[in-house]
Write a protein that binds this ligand. Structure first.
Ligand SMILES: NC(=O)c1ccc[n+]([C@@H]2O[C@H](COP(=O)([O-])OP(=O)(O)OC[C@H]3O[C@@H](n4cnc5c(N)ncnc54)[C@H](OP(=O)(O)O)[C@@H]3O)[C@@H](O)[C@H]2O)c1
Length: 245
């Protein structure tokens, strides 16, 4: 039996997540797209697309495990995936300008969304990583998670959560290189992208540096296709250039 080539998008209702689903649906080499979201229904534009399976998940550890079990039961043959969870701000959290703005709540909320949830996905997805086919997984990180690149300060919880994400992924890549040699992890910086996340901060960004989500999704698909499976975690920007840790 020839197995299918399937792809996964987590946080599929977000700006970049939706663009990834759209781009993957248009990729004829991919047969099934599994999209996971805290939003129960797929956006209308994807209605009646037989390639798409929309899966609801509340991102608790238990629900992530349940969703991965469903992927296993559907015999998902994962060849690529994008984990797009993240917050910079929400109703209760704003990026900190100074140390005095740090609260226990903001640290906990941002770390959970940006570091804890993505690593729980990698932990559970280990069972789905195909033994035969190469599988490339991009996890949405951010350049501001680079410790050596931190010249401006501020954004304590966002920066630290992305640095923590990178370390969790680096450690996972070492373990996967022993157990699942066909898997490649990419910690991906999309550049400033026109989504809900960046909206309050776009006024200081020139138009040519603010990317449409569809552009970023196309770049990430190209990058996943081109990047070799080398047992390492790569920290890459949207143009494929490595970022210093
Ligand atoms: N936009 C940028 O300029 C930019 C720059 C650098 C890095 N990034 C990174 O790119 C990723 C995607 O961001 P985006 O721009 O697409 O933002 P977005 O439109 O706000 O989407 C983020 C998605 O993350 C999920 N999410 C929200 N709160 C969460 C929580 N508490 N726990 C777990 N998941 C949660 C939601 O997915 P569902 O609604 O589907 O559940 C949400 O739609 C993030 O990791 C972000 O840090 C973005």
């Amino acid at each position: 039996m020839i197995s299918s080539s399937d792809a996964l998008v987590v946080a599929a209702s977000g700006g970049i997540g939706t663009a990834m689903v759209r781009t993957m649906l248009n990729d004829t080499s991919l047969e099934r797209i599994f999209a996971v979201s805290s939003v129960p229904e797929a956006p209308q534009e994807f209605n009646n697309n037989s390639k798409l399976t929309w899966m609801h998940c509340d991102y608790s550890a238990m629900d992530i495990a349940r969703t991965v079990n469903r992927l296993l039961s559907l015999e998902c043959n994962l060849v690529m995936g994008a984990i797009c969870n993240g917050i910079l701000h929400d109703d209760a959290v704003k990026p900190e300008k100074r140390m005095d703005d740090i609260t226990e709540e903001s640290l906990n909320r941002v770390f959970t969304a940006n570091a804890v949830v993505p690593i729980l996905w990698i932990k559970e997805l280990k069972q789905v990583f195909s033994k035969r086919d190469i599988c490339k997984i991009a996890i949405l990180s951010a350049r501001v998670g680079s410790i050596s690149d931190n010249r401006l300060g501020g954004w304590y919880s966002y920066r630290a959560s992305k640095a923590a994400l990178n370390m969790l992924l680096k450690t996972s890549a070492i373990e996967l290189n022993r157990k699942c040699k066909n898997v490649k992890l990419i910690s991906f910086h999309p550049g400033t992208t026109d989504t809900k996340l960046s909206r309050p901060f776009q006024s200081s960004v020139s138009r040519d540096k603010l990317f449409p989500a569809n552009f970023v999704a196309t770049k990430l698909m190209d990058l996943m296709r081109k990047t070799d499976v080398d047992g390492e975690l790569s920290f890459l920007d949207w143009s494929g250039v490595p970022i210093e840790w």
